[in-house]
Design a binder for this molecule. Structure first.
Ligand code: SF4
Length: 727
């Protein structure tokens, strides 16, 4: 076979760019370019996406199962032998110590496939363990908690309507570097420039002058970890100056306005300026601009989540969107309507703390415990101790707080199995490694990230290269689910059970497009692809754009998406849909949930005793597929791992002069839980009083409402070390 092309969604970040791969006769990817016919990304591709072929053909990628060889290394084994070991060890540990003895960690890359979102839930359910961990508590759980309490659904996260807004206020995000997070938008830079081109304004509030801040119309420094204070000051100003925008579409839909007004009284801009470093006049002007802009959106991301007040910050971001009348309206902050998520389902109102972690007593949030406590749960003896771990994607030794401690803890596990294409800092501790196939061999539909896209959009990419006999990612995960359930049966039977029960539920529900129909008949109508593809077809057909199994003959099916829209299908700009989204007990937006109001006491305490001294912000890309791949790719595809391998400490020149270090000198960075040595890199892109480095973060400090790790605003002291030669 000669050269050919294949279409594919880029799996390397959250932007969902459509790509055209060129493959040679042997199935190797020889070229990658943006798909100009993709209605969402319109040909956009970034340098990372252009490296997908190198990643796909990376010789370090594992091609078969590995098992520990008894000498600290790994040896190839057959897939069946690998599964036999997993079945024996997991089964034995559950039998001896109970279900909580087996923990699971789900990493970010799991979001970038069909199989990850479809099957990890089945594994968790089959295990029945309370020890569920993910990358979410390293950088985004506050957003889920905020949405859970305000809107009733932790996945109902509003995204800025980038293409129609005239005013964008960004906090703690650098989308020009990350390409967007919890806001899928190919060519984020182009979309920001378009706001400016139509006369709008982009304001960035960040302790660093990031690439996004440099592009913005205005950048304000803020002391790390203090976004909640500034946001409260903006809320205060809106109330005090009677700038609340009465939005007709929100009339009668909002509870707690007076409660929030009462809370905000204590946070005038003049009072919080001492802790945020943002002059009061700037804060007041920012609030006035937000209120005056016709169509405005506030967008807060990782920097606002990875701090001690992460949930309060996330809440106040959306409180501002409500108060300025911008929630759920074009040009504001809107709820995407993903094609695969039925809108008729009854959702249970959000709650947390259904169980607690064994040692520290931290509450469950969104079905998970904080990753910051994973090492403690492994190390601490006693009943309920974690003795085995299943990891699916991700590299928590790099991305979790106090990774060094976690790595030591992993080394002490009785058993660990990892689904991962690489041996990395985490998976090298696994007793069994099960690598999924290359990206080019993997089908793609973005189940997770289309929930956060700035346009409603669907795209299915079949495998560009046929399977080569090894298990697909779906095969690996469903085998693990079967093992977790203690079953020896045919893995396909589990898919069948899931499909039939989903059809039966849909047929029984009022409002479903298949209400009253026979599940057996519906079963015969599904796509003829793999079982995972049949499950996707089911979701699409019951979704808001679906054909309802024939109820709307022009509606969406997987077959139609695959054959008629191979470049993807644009389902239009975001639409107001509050009625579909809201599932609070009251049926209204809860603008001032009691849980959040109670936590405001911590803001008062911090204001009464503002911390002085240097604080640290992490510089690593937490929400990145590269964490999983970082070390493996450092040698083989270095372009994907940007930046120096030297640990540098960025600090303001005034701070460098004060402690007596120059560029290239060694600085010792000491936090409450550890110390690192780094090479000084004075730069005025960092706010005075702030140091930026790969973090020396501990695992004790968390945002108490979400369990999210604290990476920003960590107090540190800097000590001059050896003189250097410059960087
Ligand atoms: S922006 Fe993200 S999705 Fe788009 S090409 Fe780059 S890495 Fe891939």
């Amino acid at each position: 076979m000669g050269a050919r092309t294949a279409l594919r969604t880029c799996p390397l970040c959250e932007a969902l760019c459509g790509l055209v791969l060129t493959l040679d006769g042997a199935g190797a990817v020889t070229d990658v370019r943006g798909d100009e016919d993709d209605p969402f990304s319109k040909g956009f591709i970034c340098p990372k996406g252009a490296m997908l072929g190198r990643l796909d053909g990376d010789p370090d990628r594992l091609t078969g199962a590995l098992v520990r060889d008894g000498e600290g290394g790994h040896a190839p084994t057959s897939w069946e032998s690998a599964f036999t070991v997993v079945r024996r060890e997991i089964g034995d540990l559950i039998a001896r110590y109970g279900t909580d003895a087996v923990a699971i960690y789900v990493g970010d890359p799991t979001s970038h496939s069909i199989a990850g979102p479809l099957y990890t839930g089945a594994i968790v359910k089959a295990l029945g363990t309370r020890n569920v961990y993910s990358a979410s508590t390293a950088d985004q759980m506050p957003k889920h908690v905020s949405s859970g309490h305000m809107f009733g659904d932790p996945l109902a996260i509003p995204v800025p309507d980038l293409d129609r807004t005239d005013h964008l206020l960004v906090l703690g995000a650098d989308p020009l570097k990350s390409n967007g997070s919890l806001c899928s938008a190919p060519d984020f830079r182009g979309r920001l420039k378009a706001i400016q081109a139509r006369g709008g304004k982009v304001t960035v509030i960040d302790p660093r002058r990031t690439r996004t801040a440099a592009l913005a119309d205005e950048h304000m420094f803020i002391r790390p970890g203090t976004d909640a204070f500034l946001l409260m000051a903006l809320v205060h100003t809106l109330f005090a100056e009677e700038l609340i925008v009465p939005a007709e579409h929100l009339a009668g839909r909002v509870n707690g306005l007076d409660d929030l007004r009462a809370l905000a009284v204590d946070f005038p801009p003049e009072r919080v300026a001492i802790i945020t470093g943002v002059p009061a006049a700037d804060a007041r002007r920012t609030a006035r601009e937000l209120a005056a802009a016709g169509r405005a959106a506030v967008y807060g991301r990782a920097g606002t989540c990875t701090q001690a007040f992460g949930t309060l910050s996330s809440w106040l971001v959306d409180a501002l969107n409500v108060l300025t009348g911008n929630l759920d309206r074009p040009g504001g902050a809107m709820f995407p309507r993903p094609a695969h998520v039925p809108v008729y389902r009854r959702k249970r109102p959000f709650t947390t703390g259904r169980w607690r972690s064994r040692v520290r007593g931290l509450p469950e949030v969104n079905g998970e415990l904080p990753v910051a406590t994973l090492a403690t749960e492994i190390e601490t003896p006693g009943e309920g101790r974690i003795r085995a771990l299943i990891t699916i994607g991700g590299n928590p030794v790099l991305s979790a707080p106090n990774g060094a401690r976690l790595e030591r803890a992993l080394a002490g596990l009785d058993f660990m199995v990892s689904v991962d294409p690489y041996l990395n800092e985490t998976t090298r501790h696994a007793h069994v490694v099960l690598p999924p196939p290359r990206p080019a061999q993997t089908p793609h539909y973005d189940i997770a990230l289309t929930r956060f896209a700035v346009r409603d959009y669907a795209r299915f990419s079949p495998p560009a290269v046929p399977p080569d006999g090894r298990p697909s990612e779906a095969d690996l995960l469903i085998r693990l689910a079967m093992i977790a359930s203690g079953s020896d049966g045919d893995p396909a039977a589990l898919d069948e059970v899931i499909i039939r029960s989903a059809l039966a539920r849909a047929a029984a529900l009022d409002g479903s497009p298949v209400h009253g129909r026979a599940p057996d008949e519906l079963r015969t109508m599904l796509d003829t692809g793999t079982l995972a593809e049949q499950r996707l077809d089911l979701m699409l057909r019951l979704g808001p754009y679906g054909d309802g199994f024939g109820a709307d003959p022009s509606g969406l099916t997987l077959t139609r998406l695959r054959t008629e829209h191979p470049h993807g299908l644009d389902l239009g700009a975001l639409k107001p849909r509050l009625d579909e989204v809201l599932c609070t007990t009251s049926g209204r937006i809860e603008l001032c949930p009691s849980t959040f109001a109670a936590d405001v006491g911590r803001l008062h305490a911090a204001l009464a005793d503002p911390a002085a001294g240097m604080v640290l912000i992490g510089r690593r890309q937490l929400r990145s597929n590269y964490n999983r791949l970082h070390s493996a790719l450092r040698d083989s595809v270095p372009e994907l791992v940007q930046g120096s391998t030297v640990c540098t400490l960025q600090l303001n020149p005034a701070d460098a002069a004060r402690i007596g270090v120059a560029a290239g000198d060694t600085v010792r960075v000491v936090s409450r839980t550890g110390a690192i040595e780094a090479v000084a890199e004075p730069t005025d892109t960092v706010m005075p009083g702030v140091a930026s480095a790969d973090a020396v973060t501990g695992d004790r400090e968390i945002d108490p409402l979400s369990g999210n790790a604290v990476f920003n605003g960590v107090p540190v002291t800097l000590e001059p070390g050896r003189p250097g030669t410059g960087v």
